[in-house]
Design a protein around this ligand. Structure first.
Ligand SMILES: [Zn+2]
Length: 146
């Protein structure tokens, strides 16, 4: 596969240093963010290289938002978050993706915008990442009814 210069498309080391694939969804891929400052933080990336929501057809947009909604519900159920924050930035990595950031009352940045790239990341052991991924997968099945 030739390199595109976009790590979401190339699925290279840059991507795996930042996140771990949880599951493919109909129009996207859901990843666990390696920085778990916010317990259960994920990223959901559109399946192909689009930059803006307005570049999607109505069918694509509806399908992507459905995936975002399903993923957010699974995260909320898995970690009992008090609120899910949704963010699309993409200045430097333009491939369309949402940050799905569970927030907890009294926890980091409650009531504020979350810090996208904190100075110190909360990295976990592989077994702890695996446990969080399993928790999300279990809830995804329930939310999707499969
Ligand atoms: Zn891309």
């Amino acid at each position: 596969m030739s390199k595109t210069g976009c790590f979401y498309c190339d699925k290279d080391e840059q991507l795996t240093n930042l996140m771990i694939e949880i599951s493919k969804l109909p129009s996207s891929i859901l990843y666990l963010n390696r920085d778990q400052t916010h317990k259960g933080r994920c990223i959901i990336a559109f399946h192909s290289h689009k930059r803006e929501l307005f570049e999607l057809s109505e069918v694509e947009l509806t399908a992507f938002m459905k995936d975002v909604s399903i993923a957010a519900e699974a995260i909320q159920r898995a970690f009992k978050a008090d609120k899910i924050n949704y963010a699309i930035y993409g200045d430097l990595v333009s491939h369309l993706h949402f940050h799905l950031v569970p927030k907890y009352e009294g926890g980091p940045e409650w009531g504020e915008a979350f810090v996208n790239s904190p100075i110190s990341r909360l990295l976990m052991k592989d077994s702890d990442n695996r446990e969080r991924i399993e928790g999300i997968l279990e809830q995804l099945k329930i939310v999707r009814g499969i």
